[in-house]
Design a protein around this ligand. Sequence first.
Ligand code: GUN
Length: 300
Amino acid sequence: MTKAYLLDGKAIAEETLGRVARETAALRARGVTPGLATVLVGEDPASQSYVASKGKAARACGFHSVQHTLPTTTDELDLLALVESLNADPTIHGILVQLPLPKTMNAARVLELIDPRKDVDGFHPVNVGLLSVGEMDRAIVPCTPAGSMIMLDKACAALGRTLAGAEAVVIGRSNIVGKPMAQLLLQRHCTVTIAHSRTRDLAAVARRADVLVAAVGQPEMVRGDWVKPGAIVIDVGINRVAGEGLDASGKPKTRLVGDVAYAEAAEVAGAITPVPGGVGRMTVAMLMANTLEAARRAAP
Ligand code: GUN
């Protein structure tokens, strides 16, 4: 029997996607159809599946959706040329270059070429800067942290808590999740600690948290005894690990787990996100919300 309030990513994402679809219909009635272009380089199966789900969600929201798939051997200059053509295309409001790019490419150079107004991932240094100075009307906020904040607000509403003054610990300092998540928590008046692989006594630091965000990419690293009783736990990890037995085609089964040992943590936490069915769902929903917002800002 778990005690924690379960934060249902599927349900919360569907709520967001429903809002985006309704507002898209209203924008289309004014003659503007949000357009999202995804760019996938190579054949990484996880990236293929992420990009496919982004395209599917875009179509379901009523967007114009285009997908560019390029071979691993693509010359970086050709990728840069594609980004420039999407920057110049008035039917495209959001450009998403799926990461990781092949090691031969300079990902920073590619991301920095994206027009910041079309950077629906929120990875461009202009958007990173706007987030850090709190210019939220102009910033585009990275999708996973933005979705995590919505889930946190749901948890606070369910538990009767407020974020202001709370101790928040973010484990992980990536540009995609850890750092922007810390910025968002700070804007909501949390006392924020960013912990990482070099943090001394990580378990003790985690135990201080009223809000614990795990974004390290280490399967089930956060144990039940790292969680303060009643804490809100947001698990951003999506890790594929060996499962039990073989699948229909005779291959060893795999399963998805988060960065948090869910069964243990759910015994202690006040609210928790599952994996799968947690934050991952929100990432796609927020990408749609960001694309709609980019289209609105571009509308005459
Ligand atoms: N790879 C893993 N997560 C993401 C993401 O949020 N955006 C992009 N572009 N690539 C990713």
